[in-house]
Design a protein around this ligand. Structure first.
Ligand SMILES: [Zn+2]
Ligand SMILES: [Zn+2]
Length: 363
């Protein structure tokens, strides 16, 4: 799953505003803010208060709380209590242990703790739902030195919070938990789209979250649902301008993931058509950003994927052309000093491509 949270990002090039991470990205709310921006820029006159959860469940300041599982370090899912020690974990998490990881006691049996789970569920349901779409002068509190206090919209925080919980659970292989949080998140964004329309911000968030849901289904071995989520992710990301690198990357990755699933399913023609779509998205991205080396690498990888399928279905000439094109791209790619981290990847893709060409010669 992508390590990038679609909610925690700096200003986007397509909306001209200059938000900081954690600030409101709800277009609907922004429309009504009016002079909000000017107030924030009045420097010493105002202080901005970031939303904070008293239990510590914020995307910036995460700490383990009474509603967390010590094993996956995310909020409890399928709460299960160890007998006799009474320590509580997610069912999936604790089922991998014979002794309680907290106290070391033998686990005689595990009992569902539905009461605690309903507390957790209510907490998640209500978390960061408050929306302050408008800053009214008379509602602003005053702190020392007569600074105005502006409370930020926390609707953004909810998305970041759910994605963070999902990523923690996913890393700890509690995929059901991750899927549940992401589903809530997708539901939230769909609700926002209903009121605000298909804004690029919301489409890119939903596209990313749907892609993560696809990753969950794939990890659970449910290829059919994974394809459905990836396709929906593609649908939303395709609505967006091709100039945004982050979006085109997510879009091309989703297309490749569908291609991979079709490939493993033995449907090579379908796999090829998704790989080609991904390749085209990446070629377009290069036209917009010719000097970004990671884009060139992405195109080379896409060429290799298409060539590989071409070879499998007997299109040997087309395959060789693409392998050669990819090799040429990588051989002429000069990395800037700040891109040194890409050199390893460039070399390994190049080695793969050269091996593919050599395979033909030895036939
Ligand atoms: Zn857990
Ligand atoms: Zn215990």
């Amino acid at each position: 799953m992508t390590p990038v949270c679609p909610f925690v990002k700096a200003s986007r090039p397509d909306d001209g505003s200059s938000r900081k991470p954690g600030e409101c990205t709800n277009k609907h709310a922004a429309e009504h803010e009016g002079g909000g921006e000017a107030k924030k820029e009045s420097g010493g006159e105002s202080a901005t208060v970031s939303p904070k959860c008293p239990l510590g469940y914020d995307s910036q300041t995460f700490k383990l709380g009474p509603l967390s599982c010590m094993i996956c370090q995310a909020l409890l899912f399928d709460c299960s209590k160890c007998v006799p020690c009474s320590h509580v974990y997610c069912k999936v998490c604790i089922s991998r242990f014979k002794d309680c990881p907290l106290c070391g006691a033998d686990i005689e049996k595990i009992e569902a703790d539905t009461d605690l789970q309903s507390v957790v569920d209510r907490f998640i349901d209500g978390h960061a739902r408050i929306k302050r779409s408008r800053v009214d002068t008379d509602k602003e509190g005053e702190v020392g030195e007569n600074k105005k206090v502006i409370y930020e919209d926390v609707s953004l925080e909810r998305g970041a919070f759910l994605v963070q919980q999902a990523m923690r659970a996913f890393r700890a292989q509690n995929v059901e938990s991750a899927k549940s949080r992401l589903s809530l998140c997708a539901e939230d964004i769909r609700g926002q789209i209903e009121t605000a329309g298909n804004t690029s911000e919301l489409c890119s968030q939903l596209g990313a979250v749907l892609g993560m849901l696809g990753d969950c289904c794939r990890a659970m071995g449910d290829a059919g649902s994974a394809v459905t989520y990836f396709e929906e992710s593609v649908e939303f990301l395709s609505k967006l301008p091709a100039a945004d690198l982050e979006i085109t990357h997510t879009l091309s990755v989703s297309l490749n993931k569908i291609g991979d699933l079709k490939y493993y399913d033995g449907d090579l023609e379908a796999a090829r058509s998704y790989y080609i779509r991904s390749l085209n998205v990446r070629r377009d991205a290069i036209e917009h950003h010719p000097s970004v080396s990671s884009q060139t690498l992405d195109v080379a990888v896409s060429l290799a994927k298409v060539a590989d399928v071409d070879r499998s279905i007997g299109n040997e000439d087309a395959a060789l052309d693409r392998f050669r094109e990819a090799i040429k791209l990588l051989e002429t790619l000069t990395l800037k000093p700040e891109e040194a981290g890409l050199e390893q990847r460039r070399l390994s893709v190049l080695e793969f491509l050269n091996n593919q060409l050599a395979e033909k010669r030895s036939d």
